[in-house]
Design a binder for this molecule. Structure first.
Ligand code: MG
Length: 256
């Protein structure tokens, strides 16, 4: 799938999807506390989307590893779970960190954003992990300007993360987004040999560092969805759908 350049009008449409995603996160932010289950959070997310007339992006996505279609509206990834955690009966505990990924479709356009939430009081290390993950997103986003290469985003993310003593997940990457949840280009959070395509006005990018306290290596559980750190240490995720504009990068997944 080629990289698509969005017109101003199309960006306005994507803002609507971004607004719904931000509203879901705002609601979950109110609810997340010790005792609530990730299934209850999933239901709350669906309720917000329904009221907004939006369609959940993740529900029913085919499994890349040959398992069941994704059964959740949100991905709920606790502690050592990196991404793709399936909402269920687990009740959050004081000191957990919970990464929630939310995708919504409005009028055929996708919005995609992830946040990592503290559950009650968390450790200093967990708080620093969340902060560094957010900062690495911001650094990556700032590199999303016309004329740069995708690699400049990757480099900016990796510098913040590794400069803080954490590691970036390599097996999963950010992506272009639009009428499909995953479009070209891929946006790694580390640099390799590839410079990647040149960034241009009208691109819409899901920039999403996944950051680990220990090893960057990950495993997939038997449910064929849940991605965990190989050493069982904490992981955090921060993501927004960002538009490249002449005035600089613009976060679409915010309350409009
Ligand atoms: Mg994404």
């Amino acid at each position: 799938r080629m990289i698509t350049i969005k017109s101003r009008r199309e960006l306005e449409s994507m803002k609507k999807a971004g607004d719904v995603v931000a509203r879901v996160h705002a609601r979950l932010g109110e609810l997340i506390a010790p005792g609530i289950t990730t299934e209850e959070l999933n239901r709350a997310a669906l309720e917000v989307m329904k009221q907004a007339g939006a369609i959940p992006s993740f529900l029913g996505v085919p499994c890349p590893y040959g398992g069941c279609d994704f059964p959740g509206v949100i991905c709920a990834s606790v502690n050592e779970v990196v991404i793709h955690g399936i909402p269920g009966a687990y009740a959050l505990q004081e000191g957990d960190i919970l990464s929630v990924d939310v995708g919504a479709i409005v009028d055929g356009w996708h919005g995609d954003a992830a946040r990592t939430y503290p559950v009650g009081r968390i450790s200093t290390e967990a708080a620093r992990l969340i902060q560094v993950t957010e900062e690495s997103f911001v650094a990556g986003m700032r590199a999303a300007v016309p004329g740069n290469r995708i690699r400049d985003i990757s480099e900016a993310v990796q510098k913040v993360v590794e400069g803080s003593g954490f590691t970036v997940v390599r097996e999963f990457v950010g992506h272009g987004i639009g009428t499909e949840m995953h479009e070209e280009p891929q946006i790694p959070n580390y640099t390799g040999r590839e410079r990647g395509p040149r960034i241009a006005e009208g691109m819409t990018l899901a920039i999403e560092p996944m950051v680990n306290v220990g090893t960057w290596r990950v495993n997939v559980l038997d449910d064929k969805w849940t991605v965990v750190t190989a050493d069982g240490k904490l992981s955090a995720h921060h993501e927004n759908t960002v538009a490249v504009t002449a005035d600089g990068p613009l976060i679409l997944t915010q309350l409009w």
